[in-house]
Design a binder for this molecule. Structure first.
Ligand code: ATP
Ligand code: MG
Length: 699
């Protein structure tokens, strides 16, 4: 990665970065950069004893990757985990419970503070700021809290803290009745977490409770700013995990919860013998905090998933575990369908019985392809051994993904307030961070694309706030556009490696270069499910399984009546575009979670690892931009309301807030902003990477 970065930097154009460092080429540049860095560090070190007192990194002088890193390290050592970085809050993961950091008293303290921003940096400042902003000066302004960071950095933990904060400070007296219980709405909103985490999280090499899906939850507030409901949108569940887990990782928590928490009676019902080993449940001997079946079941009850529905769900899941143990073998006569290994016959029977489908049909579907020859007749072709396993895995994936979707819909039905009762929302976004593995495929492309979009949104939003004052002439915009085109003409962010054995292409993302394998990508995008499998599931006598596929068109794969091919990418892109529209219509607040060491060890700060993360999210540039902007930030609406009259009237129409921009100007500025940012960012990021590489070698 380093050498790739140096190569990119080597091709760079000279540019200025804050602190007067100009990029040159060759040794001269390296020496001057080193001298300059040393000087900066020395000047900074004079203040070393006070480093932990810097609540806001914009106050650090000079701002360089090294000084920012040292400051964060000093704070971490002093057990101070939150630091402002201009418009962003940096959250360092302590990897151990911190007593009283999130207690009720602390919540009250931030909620009641006349100026919470003046209190010690804390996630509750972000929460409270959004809560106060939502009321707006003119009309309510919806808010979004965007939490980002790499796997294990603390996004989900942070989102949970935010939800608890609102469930406390905005608690309403609303009660909601489900079939078995009457619960307060805030409790039910919080109860959606253990369910979604049980079905959507798994133990990976990087995080024992890793979210394998993205989540955007809108907390709905009424006119009195009380929490009256919520709605959840999820993105791209990693369904492949259900039928295959990377080495030393686990399947979704729910399966292990059933194994460890199910009663004897339930295990009998699920046809699990006590010593049964499941191929799709690796590392089952490792018991985790997350293996809490009772908590999941209790949350299900609170949300209205009654015992009968739970029974259907768990039988389906148990059926999948049996399916995972089915192994095919070649038939003596090659013209015949593959056989089943002796032991697998029993697993196949148990699976069919749990999924409530006829066993013969299940076996046929997995081993024989049906080819339609005209409307009436059909041809049958035995599948190859490899194809049989592909079909088995495909069956598990499609069932699990559909079940997850059903759960999300159910949760939404259970916690979503009536439209007439809520008027604005605070959205919490917890999406998977940037991923770069040894082998990257469609999943990583989608995830990194989402991160790219979010980074763009962050940058565009932030610069937009600055350009009220920095850019208001069309010629500036043009100049930047010309510059952008010039810069990018020979600097495409995508390159093809035509000569490697496995064809792949490389994308230079904001967070680093990632090479994607082409092999298998198209297939993953189409994500075909053999129609025979859908037909079979539609016949299931498990009412839930039947319901999951009742509306599905077996041939077109979409909902009946809508015969267009929906690819994974097109679906993901659409949902991401909708998310971006929502984010653009809200006032965003950003929190960057940082993982201080890859081993998840408490209170351990690894400089090399932290600097990579700071670099990936461009935190130094954020601090520069924040420091260069006005020290006082007023929400856009309030600004236009207060100063609209004295500002350039072609830009603002008094009192109308965001809509106050004249359409033409707005468009020109909007695209200009995006353009400038690409230029600014590509420059500043390159420059900072260069410094970082130097800094890293001096660490
Ligand atoms: P992924 O992308 O894999 O889902 P994530 O960013 O959501 O990762 P979390 O699951 O939120 O990561 O955090 C990982 C672990 O770090 C948590 O299970 C918890 O043990 C610890 N952790 C995170 N934040 C805190 C905190 N503020 N205080 C104490 N422990 C924390
Ligand atoms: Mg998570």
């Amino acid at each position: 990665m380093n050498s790739e970065r140096s190569q990119r930097i080597g091709n760079g154009h000279g540019e200025k970065v804050k602190g007067g460092v100009r990029k040159k080429s060759g040794l001269a540049h390296r020496k001057s950069l080193n001298d300059s860095l040393e000087g900066e560090v020395k000047a900074f070190l004079l203040d070393e004893g006070q480093l932990h007192t810097y609540d806001d990194l914009t106050k650090v002088n000079p701002v360089t990757p090294t000084t920012v890193l040292k400051c964060l390290q000093a704070r971490y050592r002093a057990k101070v985990f939150y630091t402002h970085a201009g418009c962003t809050l940096v959250a360092l993961n302590p990897f151990q419970p911190v007593p009283d950091l999130y207690s009720l008293d602390v919540m009250k303290e931030y909620h009641c503070a006349p100026q919470p921003q003046e209190s010690k940096p804390h996630i509750f400042i972000v929460a409270e700021e959004a809560y106060r902003n939502v009321q707006g000066q003119v009309e309510p302004v919806n808010q979004s809290l965007v939490v980002s960071g790499e796997s294990g950095a603390g996004k989900t933990w942070t989102s949970r803290c935010l939800m608890k904060y609102y469930a406390t400070v905005a608690a309403s007296s609303s009660l909601m009745k489900s079939q078995d219980t009457v619960e307060r709405i805030e409790k039910r909103v919080l109860d959606s977490n253990p369910i979604m985490e049980a079905f959507g999280n798994a133990c990976t090499l990087r995080n024992s409770n890793s979210s394998r899906f993205g989540k955007y939850i809108q907390l709905q507030l009424n006119r009195s700013q009380l929490l009256v409901g919520a709605s959840v949108q999820t993105y791209l569940l990693e369904k492949t995990r259900v039928a295959g887990q990377p080495v030393n990782e686990r399947n979704f928590h729910i399966f292990y919860q059933m194994m460890t928490g199910g009663s004897d009676e339930q295990r009998r019902e699920w046809k699990m013998s006590h010593d049964q080993h499941f191929a799709w449940l690796p590392n089952a001997e490792k018991t985790l905090e997350e293996d809490c079946f009772d908590e999941t079941v209790e949350a299900m009850v609170h949300l209205g998933i009654n015992a009968e529905k739970q029974g259907h769900i768990f039988r389906i899941l148990a059926g999948l575990l049996q399916l995972g143990n089915v192994i095919f073998c070649s038939a003596m006569d090659e013209s015949q369908p593959c056989d089943l290994e002796e032991k697998s016959k029993d697993f196949m029977h148990r699976c069919a019985s749990l999924l409530c489908v006829p066993v013969e049909e299940l076996q046929t579907c997995l081993r024989v392809r049906t080819l339609r020859a005209g409307k009436q007749s059909a041809l049958f072709k035995p599948c190859s051994l490899a194809d049989c396993s592909v079909r088995r895995d495909c069956l598990a994936k499609v069932i699990y993904a559909q079940l997850f979707e059903w759960l999300v819909t159910f949760i939404n039905d259970s916690i979503c307030a009536d439209n007439s009762t809520w008027c604005n929302f605070i959205g919490l976004l917890d999406v998977y961070g940037f991923e770069c593995f040894q082998f990257n495929n469609l999943e990583q492309l989608c995830i990194n694309y989402a991160n790219e979009k979010l980074q763009q949104h962050f940058v565009a939003h932030y610069l937009k706030a600055q350009q009220e004052c920095l850019l208001n002439r069309a010629s500036d915009a043009k100049q930047f556009r010309v510059r952008l085109e010039k810069e990018l003409s020979d600097n495409g962010s995508m390159s093809w490696d035509k000569f490697s054995k496995q064809p792949h292409f490389t994308v230079a993302h904001y967070a680093g270069k990632v090479s994607y394998q082409i092999e298998g990508m198209m297939e993953k995008n189409k994500d075909p499910v053999p129609p025979e499998l859908i037909h079979l599931l539609q016949k299931s006598e498990n009412p839930l399984l039947h319901q999951l596929f009742a509306d599905r068109d077996p041939v077109g794969q979409g909902t009946r009546g809508l015969r267009q091919v929906v690819t994974v990418v097109s679906k993901f892109k659409n949902s991401l575009e909708n998310l971006m529209k929502i984010l653009h219509s809200t006032t965003p607040h950003y929190t960057r979670c940082i993982k201080p060491n890859t081993d998840c060890r408490p209170l351990t700060f690894k400089k090399e690892e932290v600097i990579m993360q700071l670099e990936a999210c461009g935190i130094v540039e954020t601090i520069h931009i924040s420091a260069a902007g006005f020290p006082i930030r007023i929400p856009y609406t309030s600004f236009t309301q207060r100063y609209g009259l004295i500002s350039n009237l072609t830009l603002f129409r008094q009192g109308a807030g965001e809509q106050g921009l004249e359409a033409d100007n707005k468009e020109a500025l909007g695209s200009a902003v995006a353009d400038i940012l690409r230029v600014v960012l590509s420059h500043t990021l390159d420059a900072s990477r260069h410094i970082d590489n130097e800094a890293r070698s001096s660490l």
